[in-house]
Design a protein around this ligand. Structure first.
Ligand SMILES: [Zn+2]
Length: 246
């Protein structure tokens, strides 16, 4: 494992070619994950949730992410695919800049795209936020997602509504890594008080995830308890603890 810290992102390598960028700034922004050198062709990297462009405090989130990736030797221009766990602006506002730099494809679930284009858009304008602008190339479906050919990454996609109607979580069985977006955090759960949020659906989603064999739980945001939950026992304890909120 490699740890590297800048003021705005802590970069953590959890497996061969897999990096987490943990947001350290003051404002709201998500954590980002990168599968490096996976896809065939000139743009081999896959990024999960590139986050905000700028936080509410004016922090240049995406510029800092670009710098943190550069320090690990990865360029935004070499990203071929963006996976969004869900469509909230703090997870996918920067999609458009990644696409501008690299021409990357975008994917999220169909349910989430529908939400984004209806209620989500209205919600953004009510909050005075710019609705994220992008066009997905294909939709994520529950089940296997095979990325690349040479350095193949076999993911399992789980449909995990509750925080948002089309939220997904990504499970990588080979390394027992679970990317949870805003479904479950270190010692906490995703908000369900947004329109289209549902505590009962979130409960079902978290129950489903808690059945998996996980060594590293990578949440979409850090909490006062921490960011990544490491170790199977700690992950199990975390699921037990967060189920008390449900
Ligand atoms: Zn969210």
């Amino acid at each position: 494992m490699v740890y590297r810290s800048s003021r705005y992102y802590q970069s953590i390598q959890l497996a061969d070619g897999f990096f987490c960028y943990i947001w350290q700034g003051r404002g709201n922004n998500c954590n980002t994950c990168l599968f490096a050198n996976v896809l065939r062709g000139e743009r081999p990297h896959v990024i999960v949730d590139p986050g905000h462009i700028t936080s509410e405090f004016g922090e240049a989130c995406f510029d800092y992410l670009t710098k943190a990736m550069d320090e690990n030797g990865f360029r935004v221009a070499d990203i071929g695919l963006i996976i969004n766990t869900h469509s909230h602006p703090d997870h996918c506002q920067a999609n458009e800049l990644v696409v501008k730099n690299s021409g990357a494809w975008i994917t999220l679930s169909e349910e989430e795209d529908e939400f984004r284009n209806t209620l989500g858009e209205k919600l953004c304008s009510m909050l005075g936020l710019k609705a994220p602008q992008f066009t997905p190339l294909f939709y994520l479906k529950e089940g296997n997602l095979s990325l690349g050919t040479k350095n193949k990454v076999e993911l399992e996609i789980f449909h995990t509504p509750g925080h948002s109607p089309g939220s997904v979580c990504l499970y990588w069985p080979e390394n027992k890594i679970l990317i949870t977006g805003d479904v479950v955090f270190h010692g906490s759960i995703g908000r369900t008080d947004f329109p289209s949020g549902s505590l009962s659906l979130l409960k079902k989603s978290i129950n489903k995830l808690s059945q998996l064999d996980v060594e590293f739980l990578v949440p979409g945001h850090s909490t006062e308890y921490g960011s990544i939950v490491k170790g199977k026992l700690n992950v199990e304890r975390n699921f037990q603890a967060v189920k008390l909120f449900l």
